[in-house]
Design a protein around this ligand. Structure first.
Ligand SMILES: Cc1cc2nc3c(=O)[nH]c(=O)nc-3n(C[C@H](O)[C@H](O)[C@H](O)COP(=O)(O)O)c2cc1C
Length: 307
């Protein structure tokens, strides 16, 4: 999660038994990523990963040097996402790194499988951030992944409860990935007002921007997002007319300086409708695992016994 998934949150997730992930491009340069990886290592002895996202972004980025830092620092799990990650997947695999590739369509998952990726993170239409342009929600996407893929996959997008974890397993996934839900945890370093906006919002509190640029992004439905949508309606596909409202610098300001949830566009998912509190990562994950176990052990067997 760009500008959210720093060492503190990643380490808290790993310490609670998950796989915390640092976002490489949240760091201003590759050396800053090296420091962040070292910081994470000082906060947890558990495995953690680094995300490398290849998306159209405003500032050109030296992905190769970021990738080299990840390799040099001996991070053993990388999550790739975005456009044409093939060369980076190859480079990470050559260095014996486990590669988890996040994608939003079965055809991209099949390409990643062919490229030697170890695990797919299937990101359904529910997800925060970039759901792609096919608009396929997880109820179908995961079931199709189970029918199609040979490698393991995890369910991403819209997950925040143990009942959903159990459902994801039933649909063939081997685990879940959560973004928005982890923003509303104690260890996440964004300001309390933003976390509270996630608690106060519901499943109708997101909207899509960048549709006319074929780079759709699910964001918090606020006055800035509405303005961007209006501008896109007036001038479809013209990034120039929305550029000033959508910069990462603006949402960084909301997250870490003002706590104002209205004055920037920032990603979050419809799982907001299931977020009612701000627990620690440990509390959240324990609660989810207990709920999933309860569904699998206690709710499902009576149904089977009636067969
Ligand atoms: C604030 C925010 C920033 C994100 N930035 C990235 C990113 O830089 N790269 C990426 O691959 N995914 C990014 N995502 C998407 C998440 O990694 C994850 O796929 C998504 O949040 C899953 O959906 P959920 O929020 O419903 O759990 C971001 C999500 C959020 C909420």
């Amino acid at each position: 999660m760009h500008l959210v998934a720093y060492a503190d949150l990643a380490a808290a997730v790993s310490n609670a038994g998950g796989l915390g992930i640092i976002t490489a491009l949240s760091q201003p340069n590759p050396e800053a990523l090296r420091s962040e990886i070292r910081k994470c290592r000082s906060l947890t002895s558990k495995p953690f990963g680094v995300n490398v996202t290849l998306l159209p972004i405003i500032v050109p980025t030296d992905y190769g040097t970021y990738a080299q830092v990840i390799i040099d620092e001996k991070v053993n799990i990388v999550e790739t996402a975005g456009n044409n990650p093939g060369p980076y997947i190859k480079k990470f695999k050559e260095n014996n790194i486990i590669v988890l590739h996040k994608c939003v369509s079965i055809r991209h998952a099949l390409t990643a499988e062919r490229l030697g990726v170890d695990v797919i993170s299937m990101d359904g239409f529910e997800c925060a951030g970039h759901p792609g342009e096919d608009d396929i929600p997880n109820f179908v996407l995961l079931a199709k992944a189970a029918q199609t893929l040979k490698i393991p996959f995890i369910a991403s997008g819209g997950v925040g409860t143990g009942r959903q974890l159990a459902a994801a397993l039933a649909l063939g996934a081997d685990g879940v990935n959560m973004g928005t839900r982890f923003m509303a945890t104690k260890e996440c370093t964004i300001l309390p007002n933003i976390k509270q906006a996630l608690v106060d919002g519901d499943e109708r509190s997101t909207t899509h921007i960048f549709r006319t640029l074929k780079n759709t992004e699910r964001v918090y439905k606020n006055k800035t997002a509405e303005l961007v949508r209006q501008k896109e309606l007036e001038r479809p596909g013209d990034f120039g007319v929305i550029k000033e409202y959508v910069s990462g610098a603006l949402y960084k300001k909301s997250f870490y300086e003002t706590g104002d949830a209205q004055s920037s566009v920032w990603s979050c998912g419809i799982v907001m409708g299931l977020i009612n509190d701000i627990p620690t990562c440990q509390e959240l994950m324990e609660r989810m695992v207990n709920e999933a176990v309860d569904v699998i052990k206690n709710k499902l067997p009576p149904m089977i016994s009636k067969l």
